[in-house]
Write a protein that binds this ligand. Structure first.
Ligand code: SF4
Ligand code: SF4
Ligand code: FES
Length: 506
């Protein structure tokens, strides 16, 4: 049900849970809002969104006040305008230049200053910390920073769950920095650029900002299988000059990784292949598209996912096997971290190699390379032995269960431990958490470390059987996901773009 209120005397209906700032924005009324990113939660740090609300004392920050029925909000009285103007003047005085007329363009802050008629500052500017230019792509320049903390939120629990930067110090010593104040390049920063995309003043900016943008094209990142939404900014010669994230895309919900945001120069690179190549007698030879498609049809195989990234965020348990998601599917990894950090999901990493996701894992199993089948079958046996089976799923949606059970009976924990090198108790623990997560369902996620082994098909069968016996499929927060190499592979196959399959991958 909607809530009715008025903004500057004009009635408006907004949805329940909206803030006063949401209502002002919905009404089309301009108000400065320097610390509020449209896609993240309010921070309440900048105080540039002050309003008057009838019956409320003082000038509350509109981003922090929920709407209530019949509320009467004013953004344009002389008192509240003067109040916001004062805050903006003080904000500008954080810069060495004090934001005086003719100084740099501070983007959203300059727009806010213009709208409040600020042409010069009453206050003296102040010295700020040195620019951190260690990152090869962008700088963090404290001399243009207003400590709004949008970048911090974007790097932490607003978007990416990386935690490379934070607000350090207090009062006039406040600054954005890294752990132990090391240069950004020496921190855990992945150069995803999420901080840069939310900075309202340009304090975080690419080293060479794009000069002219003629148009923006909404499309999909050409790299990995996450399929993040991007808005390509293109100049008048049709060359891409910047990539922006797309908050409306449901795969990436406003995130990009370093590849999607900054790795676009290949599009116009002279080394780019313009015709298909097929290796013949060891030599890459130019081929027609018909030849290439025919070759691919005969030589490639495929898999498909049963769920969406939203299910990762809703799951009570995530098992990630044979994948270094941080490196290969970084935005999917961010969504896994959100599940663990915000919702308390249990993460099980199965990988002989230590990956960054191990930092967030309840359990890290390190099977000897090539022993995944033994490990997964032993997990299935624990589920059978301890009656953690989803019998409805098994009876309604599987075939040849007893035959499979006979085979699985061979995979005792001791046998699996001797083959895989993983402690029996850890295998059992993983099986229990996967079959009965603390809430919701379990997602089984794998990468090329499963499929691109000689026994890749057997690995995939063992994974599928594990999900069947636990019934972790076909309900919210559950499912199976091979993380694909390229974006939109699955949709392309579903629509019959894969030459050896009919539509819907039949
Ligand atoms: S660097 Fe930009 S986003 Fe971060 S606190 Fe400073 S002004 Fe805000
Ligand atoms: S996670 Fe994958 S699809 Fe998303 S921006 Fe990075 S490379 Fe592109
Ligand atoms: S936008 Fe409300 S306090 Fe910054």
């Amino acid at each position: 049900m909607g809530i009715t209120l008025s903004i500057n005397g004009h009635p408006l209906e907004v949805s329940e849970g909206a803030t006063v700032l949401d209502a002002i924005n919905q009404s089309g009324t301009y108000i400065s809002q320097l610390c509020k990113d449209p896609d993240m939660k309010p921070i309440g740090a900048c105080r540039t969104c002050l309003v008057q609300i009838e019956g409320t004392r003082g000038y509350p920050a509109s981003c922090a006040v929920p709407v209530t029925e019949g509320m009467s909000v004013w953004t344009d009285t002389p008192e509240v305008q003067a109040m916001r103007k004062g805050v903006l003047e003080l904000t500008l005085a954080m810069f060495p230049s004090n934001g005086a007329a003719g100084s740099k363009d501070y983007k959203e802050l300059s727009i806010a200053a213009d709208r409040h008629g600020i042409t010069d500052s009453r206050w003296q500017g102040r010295e700020r910390e040195a620019v951190d230019s260690s990152n090869p792509v962008f700088n963090i320049a404290m001399e243009s920073c207003i400590l709004c903390q949008r970048c911090v939120q974007a790097c932490q629990d607003g978007h990416q769950f990386i935690g490379a930067i934070d607000l350090l110090g207090t009062s006039t010593q406040g600054r954005i920095g890294t752990f132990a104040e090391r240069p950004l390049l020496e921190s855990v920063c992945t150069t995803c650029g999420q901080c840069l995309s939310v900075c309202p003043t340009g304090a975080i900016e690419v080293k060479t900002p794009p000069l002219k943008v003629a148009k923006e094209v909404t499309t999909t990142c050409p790299y990995c299988g996450v399929g993040c939404g991007i808005k390509a900014q293109v100049d008048d010669t049709d060359r891409i000059v910047a990539m922006l994230d797309d908050p409306d895309n449901q795969s990436s919900i406003g995130m990009l990784c370093v590849k999607g945001r900054f790795g676009y120069s290949f599009v116009n690179h002279e080394d780019r292949l313009t015709t298909p190549l097929i290796r013949k007698d060891g030599i890459l030879t130019e081929a027609s598209w018909d030849e290439a498609l025919e070759y691919a049809a005969v030589n490639l195989a495929s898999g498909a996912t049963s769920n969406s990234y939203q299910d990762y965020e809703e799951a009570g348990c995530l098992v990630i096997i044979g994948s270094d998601a941080n490196s290969n599917h970084p935005v999917a990894a961010s969504r896994m971290r959100r599940a663990v950090i915000e919702r308390g999901a249990k993460l099980i990493v199965i990988n002989p190699r230590r990956i960054e996701m191990c930092d967030f894992a309840e359990l890290w199993l390190r099977p000897r390379p090539g022993t995944d089948v033994a490990l997964l079958n032993a997990m299935a046996k624990v589920i059978l032995d301890e009656d953690l089976v989803d019998w409805d799923f098994v009876s309604g949606r599987t075939e040849d269960f007893e035959e499979w059970r006979e085979l699985i009976d061979n995979y005792t924990l001791d046998y699996a431990e001797s083959i895989t090198g993983v402690a029996a108790e850890d295998i059992a623990q993983a099986a229990r958490i996967y079959a009965k997560p603390p809430f919701s369902g379990s997602c089984l996620i794998w990468g090329m470390g499963i499929t691109q082994h000689m026994m890749g098909t057997a690995n995939a069968h063992s994974l599928l059987n594990l999900s069947f016996v636990a019934g972790q499929l076909g309900k919210p927060g559950s499912g199976i996901s091979p993380l694909r190499g390229q974006n939109n592979v699955q949709a392309a196959e579903t629509r019959a773009a894969c030459p050896m399959l009919f539509p819907a991958t039949r």
